[in-house]
Design a protein. Structure first.
Length: 142
């Protein structure tokens, strides 16, 4: 009976050792014939990369629009804070979606909807004349 417990303990230790080794080496799959690159060539992974790139490019453009609006005094400091809060919410959503390492089509659509809404708000705030003195606004700048 003691021998059985020892064998079970050694088996568990071996499995944990292999798992720890895999984690230490970038979580590669060590099955024979698997070079660790097959996953990266898989169409699902490639689609996820393409979707992530599209989301990141849109986020970068929105940040440029927000900063340009602030620098050109078309966006007030209060509007800037509100727009930045929205951008942080979108980034938080993206991080949650990427927790499993992939961005699915459904997750992309949710991010796309959030980015569309953010874009409309950026446009509204940049064109509401609040930041430009002499155009009926002037709130926040003197």
């Amino acid at each position: 009976m003691n021998t059985k417990k020892i064998i079970q303990s050694l088996g568990i230790a071996a499995v944990l050792g292999i798992s720890a080794s895999a984690m230490a080496h970038g979580n590669d799959d060590y099955r024979p014939g698997f070079d660790g690159q097959a996953f990266h060539k898989h169409p699902v992974f490639q689609e996820s990369l393409r979707l992530m790139k599209e989301v990141n490019e849109r986020q970068d453009k929105q940040m440029d629009r927000i900063l340009n609006g602030l620098y050109e005094k078309r966006i007030t400091p209060q509007e800037f804070r509100k727009l930045m809060d929205r951008q942080r919410d979108i980034q938080r959503m993206e991080r949650q979606f990427l927790a499993d390492g992939l961005l699915s089509r459904v997750e992309f659509q949710k991010l796309d909807t959030a980015l569309n809404a953010a874009s409309r708000v950026i446009r509204k705030e940049a064109h509401d004349a609040q930041g430009r003195s002499g155009y009926g606004g002037g709130h926040g700048y003197r």
